[in-house]
Design a protein around this ligand. Structure first.
Ligand code: C2E
Ligand code: SIN
Ligand code: SIN
Ligand code: FE
Ligand code: FE
Length: 423
């Protein structure tokens, strides 16, 4: 792929940075933004691999990774759901850069000068067989100058693919890119927090559905879509754009529960048929929230809220409704490809997560029972191609479930748990 592009001149450089900034400002979701930042900074530096860490609760939390040696470009990977933190101090290179706020440029990690302020930890290389040579580690700073993250690029490559020191122009340009990144990252973190707060309002009255559920359904949906898109030959540009939108929109699938009374929402037992009929209206209430908007995110959020309980075989709800504003009950059910793809995906992600979770009306199911149900419902409740995509990436699904395990603190819960073990 693009390793060392010719050193850009000043005007071209400015144009390029503006274009990157523009692109970052279009993306909604944090993961899509981190993915893009790594793509662009690795392209500029000709780097084989890169990792982003974000400051959270006084530590560096792993945020996102690229590695062309281990991860086939464009593939679905569980590596981006790694879950560990590092202290902000001189015990690691990234910790040192976060602590000092100064970039660190290392030509050869295994031949660092004796007066280096920090030592290279070869444990990742030993564990994986990777060979780290050059490392360029940059702080990401907010407009106030506080460090909010670290970008670490590894192994700049020459035209023959050999690892070489980072070129001079990369050392000049990348700090500028890191500045643009910082604004995009802050905005995306605010978007996620805003959504979690909205969902707390809508659902935390129902204590079984938590921020973690919402985050998992968003991530499952994004990765199922990614795999589905690869299987169907959907182009990279559309794939990345839709993956960004679906993660955020899927988090909002049950926002219409805000319109359901506590008596039904919190009932610690099976719902009576007339109660379930009321509950079904959460799909319609949800979609109404997104109706008078032209944004693509609102369009997808409305589509998912409305259609996530439709079933492939035409036995779901709420069905075709001529007038959403006036609808009081279900219409003729939708079936097959008439149900929008994003809703077919969220349907599976939501049920998978609901079955594995404790609900006021049921205990969590073991995986075996859940997978049995998915096989039974392949082509019945669920789009068979979506089930196939899901099963194909089950290792990624499991990594997401581990990372966003149930009693993770929501945005209001204050200090986080540091489950991180380091790598
Ligand atoms: P939810 O709890 O998030 O469940 C989402 C979907 O997962 C359900 O959609 C259903 O398709 C599937 N699901 C959940 N639990 C089970 C289960 O034990 N067996 C099977 N086969 N599928 C299950 P559904 O049925 O349309 O329900 C929508 C929402 O209505 C649920 O969201 C929940 O909030 C509420 N709900 C449904 N049934 C009951 C109930 O018996 N009691 C209470 N209190 N709430 C219910
Ligand atoms: C993303 O994680 O949002 C983009 C990754 C991709 O589609 O390759
Ligand atoms: C560090 O920056 O020290 C952690 C990453 C690595 O050891 O390669
Ligand atoms: Fe729902
Ligand atoms: Fe749900």
């Amino acid at each position: 792929m693009p390793s060392s592009c010719p050193a850009p001149d000043g005007a071209e450089l400015v144009r390029e940075l503006l274009a990157i900034n523009e692109e970052l400002s279009r993306l909604k979701d944090l993961d899509a933004i981190l993915d893009r930042i790594l793509t662009e900074s690795r392209r500029i530096a000709g780097a084989d691999a890169g990792t982003i860490y974000l400051v959270e609760d006084g530590r560096l939390r792993f945020g996102y990774v690229h590695n062309d040696t281990f991860i086939r470009q464009g593939d679905v990977t569980k590596d981006i759901y790694a879950d560990f933190t590092l202290p902000i101090d001189g015990t690691s290179i990234v910790g040192h850069v976060a602590a000092t706020g100064q970039p660190l440029d290392i030509a050869n990690a295994y031949a660092m000068p004796a007066d280096s302020p920090v030592a290279f930890n070869p444990s990742f290389d030993r564990k994986t067989g990777y060979h780290t040579t050059s490392m360029l580690t940059l702080p990401v700073k907010t407009s106030q100058g506080t460090v909010s993250g670290v970008i670490q690029l590894i192994n700049a490559k020459d035209d023959a693919g050999r690892a070489v020191p980072f070129p001079q122009d990369a050392r000049v340009v990348l700090p500028l890119l890191a500045n643009a990144a910082s604004v995009a990252i802050e905005r995306a973190i605010m978007t996620r927090e805003l959504i979690l707060r909205m969902m707390q309002m809508a659902e935390l009255r129902d204590p079984s559905e938590t921020g973690a559920h919402v985050t998992r359904v968003g991530a499952y949906s994004a990765e199922i879509y990614h795999k589905y898109a690869l299987m169907q030959g959907i182009g990279e540009h559309e794939r990345k754009k839709t993956k960004d939108l679906i993660r955020v929109a899927a988090m909002l699938h049950d926002v219409g529960k805000v319109g359901i009374s506590d008596k039904i929402l919190k009932k610690p037992a099976r719902l009576e048929p007339e109660e379930f009929a009321v509950m079904q209206m959460h799909t319609v209430f949800g979609t109404r929230l997104f109706q008078n908007s032209t944004s693509e995110l609102d369009a997808m959020s409305g589509s998912i809220a409305l259609n996530h309980h439709e079933k492939w075989n035409g036995t779901g709800y709420p069905g075709r409704l001529a007038d959403l504003a006036a609808a009081q009950g279900p219409g003729q059910p939708k079936a097959g490809a008439e149900i929008p793809l994003e809703a077919r995906i969220v349907a599976l992600a939501d049920v998978f997560d609901a079955l594995g979770s404790r609900r006021s009306y049921k205990p969590p199911w073991p995986d075996e029972k859940i997978l049995d149900l998915l096989h039974t419902e392949r082509g019945a409740h669920f789009d068979p191609d979506v089930v196939d995509a899901f099963l194909d990436i089950f290792d990624v699904i499991a990594a997401i479930r581990d990372k966003y395990a149930e009693d993770q603190p929501g945005p209001d819960a204050g200090t986080g748990t540091d489950a991180g073990t380091g790598s």
